[in-house]
Design a protein around this ligand. Structure first.
Ligand SMILES: [Zn+2]
Length: 234
């Protein structure tokens, strides 16, 4: 059940001690010449909706469509929150849901940049130290990438995993070309414009991306998260 599609009364009745709230976090970020800027948002939302369809007593919050970016910050269309803003926004969203009696929260982030993940983690740490609440915070991309079946050589941003998943989620938003690209390590050099690490705009080879593969990735992520929730967030 989507929080933004129910009434205040329905929300009040839906929230019990065991209710799980899923907050999808996305991004507005360049994803090569073939994927839309909202790729990370659409993937996180899809996983949240799949979990909600497969599991009882789940609410899905509206997705946050912005994250914190470094590598592709200067590429047209990438809209970045600063570290402190993202941490504060996440803190405020979490605290507000907790004020409305939510006690179990799963945050799924489509974007998994290091500073982005750190900002959200800091907000979660502050919240759990101040409130009697349980939070799990994961990146759906990392869950797919950790699975042998979906581990493609040199795959990363905008590559096989993301292209396949978007073909399954919303094929009309995926262009016909299937680009490839490599990640170029800066070897410790602190760059003014880190987009030189992703010179082709994507990382990986998208030649064999397919909706079928993407659907199995999305299902795998949802099923893995359900197992993690049942085990670790009772
Ligand atoms: Zn992405």
């Amino acid at each position: 059940m989507r929080v933004d599609r129910i009434t205040s009364d329905e929300f009040r009745k839906a929230v019990t001690k065991s209710t799980l709230l899923i907050i999808p976090i996305g991004a507005t970020e360049a994803h090569g010449t073939h994927l839309p800027l909202g790729t990370d948002t659409f993937q996180a939302e899809r996983v949240a909706d799949m979990i909600s369809a497969k599991k009882d007593n789940v609410l899905v919050a509206p997705a946050l469509p912005y994250g914190n970016h470094s590598s592709l910050k200067n590429v047209p269309g990438t809209i970045s929150l600063t570290f402190d803003t993202l941490r504060s926004v996440m803190y405020d969203i979490l605290e507000s849901f907790i004020e409305h009696r939510v006690r179990k929260i799963l945050i799924v982030s489509g974007h998994c940049g290091t500073s982005h993940m750190a900002a959200v983690t800091e907000a979660c740490r502050d919240i759990v130290s101040e409130h009697d609440t349980k939070i799990m915070f994961v990146s759906d991309f990392e869950i797919a990438r950790a699975e042998k079946e979906f581990c493609f050589d040199g795959d990363g941003h905008g590559g096989m995993i993301e292209t396949s998943r978007m073909l399954a989620i919303d094929p009309a938003t995926v262009k016909k070309e299937r680009p490839k690209g490599k990640f170029v390590h800066a070897n410790g050099v602190v760059l003014q414009d880190a987009s030189s690490c992703i010179p082709d705009g994507i990382v990986g080879d998208t030649k064999n991306a397919s909706a079928e593969l993407g659907e199995s990735m999305n299902n795998y992520i949802a099923d893995t998260l359900i197992r993690m929730l049942d085990r670790d967030l009772k």
